[in-house]
Design a protein around this ligand. Structure first.
Ligand SMILES: Nc1ncnc2c1ncn2[C@@H]1O[C@H](COP(=O)(O)OP(=O)(O)OP(=O)(O)O)[C@@H](O)[C@H]1O
Ligand SMILES: [Mg+2]
Length: 613
């Protein structure tokens, strides 16, 4: 499949910067209310304990000066110091747990959502990028919460407490200290948006990289055979390099911020030491007060530093949240409005499926703008592709219990007809009826329960044969499994491996032959015993024996059901009750094999090339 034009993020994100707001983080924090309240409680106590430390030290010094017993105070200092250590450990644990909780919650809502998007979203997006949103973007939320909220809350308390205590000790020194710190705060304010934008970009690049890896690995045989390894790995490296560059950009911003904070702290220290020392020398201030003040100042500066890094990580989280939220904001396939309009299924009608004047084009997709040399233009708005009509008024009727074949040249729109029956897409005109009832008035899940669908590429999932069979019918018994396997002539596959049903089939069923994959997929649909079966025959050629087996499998399956087969080999469908010939999105003939040989030249031609007339 062509990769151009698949978007890795919403059209808006790339160019107009991230859209997530701080308020969007709040629902995640709300879920962790319990843990976060504990953390805030700990941090308040911690703040009190931390604030007590310098005051006790000051007291010890004046007690020594006065020549009194310092032992009780020394013990108090020891207890306070230990308590502060224990508190910080407990707090770390609670916060880490809350942070992991946030990641878990984001991952579960994303993964629930990812499998329920409208099908066209998957046409437009890249799998690897979606995977990286669940895996990588979610982790960035953790830091925002742990550092951001609680360090912020506890830090603010310590900051306020110290400032008040410092004001009592020496307000002039306090003013000097605050002046130094406000310089650093101003510097931070200027960088926040840049961090957010750079993070979104970095995460987009990581998404691109995952998508490139996924693309290469999913077609690794093709790539090896074409000796394209180095080009593909270059592409992955290029994406990695771009992620690196954005990462370095964030580091550069932080590299400015951190020393400015440090400079402000050192500057404040030197000024306080100088001015305070002078005042001690002139007798305006006691040594004990100056030491207490300096200890308080250090206490106060730490939360300022924490605030800086918390701010940066909240900005990063917002950058990642934009990518998470983008998926969460895509409406689900079944919208609530649709659910509300559902009518009850009518009694079974003699017509299983009816298409009336169905028109359809695949949705337009954003294409990457290309320059004169065919290279993508960096940062350009994607242009929408021209949608072309795939089905141009398709009308047919399929009787219940009949066997129908759809034939026609490649690209005629045969598979598209099945996609519309399954409501993967909505037609742009016309109506589809199931049992005489419009499929629009049904829930997609109810519709799909009526239909078994074997796709053209006969997807087989990684895992065992058993797992593959149970996808559609999780409650099927061992006997059922064996029965459907024998119906499609797959018993031999079971004997091949001593693990039988539990034999692994490999990624995408790679350990099975093409024909076996197709028959396993048929067996899977048989298990759920749907009244209507759609079989999109694989284009891969089968040898005579396999073709014979396939016919037998189809015959077995067709009993008591409505069966619609898209056939590439006419031999498998010559005895169908009805054959629909499709060409260029139009039905150009319907009838039996014999009738079509006479009425439809294209069919006659197809039959002639397959030596069937
Ligand atoms: N997901 C999609 N997005 C956009 N265009 C698509 C999509 N799937 C198919 N098309 C286009 O729709 C047209 C009809 O495709 P369809 O898969 O229905 O053909 P087909 O008759 O099944 O062909 P084949 O015999 O080769 O399987 C093709 O031109 C194809 O490029
Ligand atoms: Mg097809």
């Amino acid at each position: 499949m062509s990769m151009t034009g698949r978007r890795t993020s919403g059209p808006g994100v790339k160019d107009s910067g991230p859209k997530a707001k701080f308020s969007q983080l709040l629902p995640y924090m709300k879920e962790q209310k319990g843990l976060l309240s504990v953390a805030v409680f700990f941090s308040i106590i911690g703040a009190g304990v931390n604030l007590a430390q310098p005051l006790v030290v000051g007291n010890i010094i004046s007690t020594v000066e006065e020549g009194k017993d310092v032992l009780p105070l020394a013990i108090a200092l020891l207890v306070i110091t230990l308590l502060s250590a224990v508190l910080s450990g407990a707090m770390y644990l609670v916060l880490a747990k809350a942070g992991e909780g946030v990641v878990l919650s984001a991952r579960s809502s994303l993964s629930t959502r990812l499998l329920r998007l409208p099908i066209q979203e998957y046409d437009l997006r890249r799998t690897g990028d979606l995977v990286s949103r669940v895996g990588s973007d979610t982790t960035l939320l953790r830091a925002a919460l742990t550092q951001g909220l609680v360090d912020g809350a506890g830090g603010a308390l310590i900051f306020l407490g110290s400032v008040i205590a410092m004001a009592f000790i020496d307000w002039l020194l306090l003013v000097l200290t605050l002046a130094m710190i406000s310089i650093a705060v101003a510097a931070i304010g200027l960088t926040s948006r840049k961090i957010k934008v750079a993070t979104t970009k970095a995460q987009e690049r990581v998404g691109n990289m995952s998508a490139s890896v996924e693309r290469a690995l999913s077609a690794v045989r093709t790539i090896r055979a074409a000796r394209a390894e180095s080009r593909e790995s270059d592409q992955i490296r290029k994406d990695a390099q771009e992620a690196y560059e954005q990462g370095v950009k964030i580091a550069k911003i932080n590299a400015w911020v951190t020393p400015i904070g440090g400079l402000a702290a050192n500057g404040a220290f030197i000024v306080v030491l100088g001015v305070g020392g002078y005042r001690v020398a002139t007798g305006e201030t006691q040594v004990a007060s100056l030491i207490t003040f300096i200890l308080l100042m250090f206490l106060m500066i730490r939360p300022v530093g924490q605030f800086f890094s918390a701010y940066a990580s909240v900005q990063s989280a917002l950058g990642a949240l934009a990518r998470i939220q983008e998926i969460l904001d895509v409406p689900l396939e079944d919208t609530d409005a649709e659910r509300a309009q559902v009518t009850k299924r009518k009694a079974v009608n003699s017509t299983a499926i009816e298409f009336t004047k169905i028109k359809f084009n695949y949705p337009a997709r954003p294409e990457v703008a290309l320059d004169a040399n065919g290279k993508p233009i960096e940062g350009a708005e994607p242009i929408m592709s021209e949608p072309k009509e795939v089905l141009k008024g398709v009308t047919f009727k399929i009787e219940r219990g009949s066997r129908v074949a759809i034939v026609g040249p490649s690209g005629a729109g045969k598979s598209t007809i099945f996609s519309l029956m399954e409501r993967f897409y909505e037609p742009t005109g016309g109506e589809i009826l199931l049992d005489g009832q419009s499929v629009h008035s049904m829930l997609r899940s109810d519709l799909r329960a009526q239909i078994g669908y074997v796709e053209q590429d006969a997807p087989v999932l990684a895992g065992s044969i058993r797992e593959n069979l149970l996808i559609g019918a999780p409650d099927a018994t061992e006997k059922d499994l064996k029965r459907v396997l024998s119906e499609v002539n797959l018993t031999k596959v079971l004997k091949r491996d001593k693990r039988g049903l539990d034999a692994e089939v490999g990624e995408q069923g790679i350990m099975l032959s093409g024909g076996e994959r197709q028959r396993l997929a048929i067996a899977r649909t048989l298990l759920s015993a749907p009244p209507i079966l759609l079989l999109d025959e694989s284009t891969s050629s089968l040898d005579g024996l396999n073709e014979q087996r396939m016919r037998e499998a189809i015959d077995a399956v067709a009993k008591n059901r409505t069966m619609i087969v898209i056939a590439h080999r006419l031999s498998t469908v010559v005895d169908s009750d009805q054959i629909i010939v499709l060409d260029g999105g139009k039905v150009i003939g319907t009838g039996t094999h014999k009738q079509l040989l006479r009425s439809t030249p294209l069919y006659k031609e197809l039959a002639a090339t397959q030596m069937l007339d």
